[in-house]
Design a protein around this ligand. Structure first.
Ligand code: OAD
Length: 233
């Protein structure tokens, strides 16, 4: 049980594990996406320059899978926590699916982008909603400026989104909870260490993450089972 006091400010970081019980594969575990596909062939600027069609096939496949997925009790518990804490909760996700939004979380900060958005690779038009799939024989999407449209995803080697806002929230939080993330990808893997200098840090997932030493306590179990009973305020 995690006690939340009336003055606590809570930072939640979610990873692929929270969506596992909704049927979406994680990246590194058994059956994980990176077990079948080489990251550098689909999720890097080099891959995009070399074979944009292949990159779009990968994200089209993920759009199809994510469009079938529904939130699980883990997502629902975090939406309830937002209703209880209001702006004392900051929800940051590495996930590009929209399951937090489907569960009625209103301000999930997507540091690795959003699967159902696309943007121009060149001009400054903002990212736009896009649920289309782009696979042969369909041609690749183009912006009105003539450049290619790419998935609105932070690829390896790119800077995550919203970092200023995220580090401000980390500086302010007194309680940090990471859920379903292996602790292997920076900068998110270092958030717990950052937060620990000023408060309590917890992890929720079926196994200890790589950065387990940064946590005050790990609650081992599936997030859909642990989260609904975890918080007391
Ligand atoms: P990983 O695949 O690295 O880790 C998923 C974690 O979820 C593992 O530690 C599992 O133990 C845990 N897990 C599995 N089932 C779970 C369940 N039911 N409940 C809770 N936890 C469960 O995924 P991430 O850490 O999210 O980046 O990966 C971080 C980033 O690496 C991703 O955002 C992605 C990837 O490359 C980009 O694509 C930019």
């Amino acid at each position: 049980m995690i006690e939340i006091s009336p003055t606590d400010r809570v930072f939640i970081l979610t990873g692929a594990g929270i969506s596992a019980e909704s049927g979406l594969p994680t990246f590194r575990g058994e059956g994980g996406l990176w077990r079948n596909v080489r990251v550098e062939e689909v999720a890097s600027p080099v891959a995009w320059q070399r074979d944009p069609q292949f990159v779009w096939e990968f994200y089209s496949m993920r759009r199809r899978a994510a469009s079938q997925a529904r939130p699980n009790p883990g997502h629902t518990a975090l939406a309830a926590l937002e209703r209880a804490l209001g702006n004392r909760l900051f929800l940051c996700t590495q996930n590009v699916d929209n399951l937090h939004e489907q569960a009625s979380s209103h301000d999930a900060v997507h540091m690795h982008g959003e699967l159902f958005k696309s943007r121009c690779e060149r001009c400054t038009l903002p990212p736009f909603d896009d649920t289309n799939t782009y696979e042969p024989p369909a041609s690749l999407p183009r912006c009105e400026c003539g450049a290619r449209v790419r998935p609105h995803i932070c690829w390896f080697g790119e800077v995550p989104f919203h970092v200023d806002r995220i580090y401000r929230a980390l500086d302010e939080c007194t309680l940090f909870v990471a859920i379903g993330t292996s602790g292997m990808v920076e900068p998110a893997a270092s958030f717990a260490t950052h937060a620990r200098s000023r408060g309590r840090t917890f992890y929720v997932g079926p196994e200890e993450p790589a950065n387990a030493s940064a946590f005050t306590e790990c609650f081992l179990g599936k997030s859909g089972e642990v989260l609904p009973e975890l918080f007391r305020f």
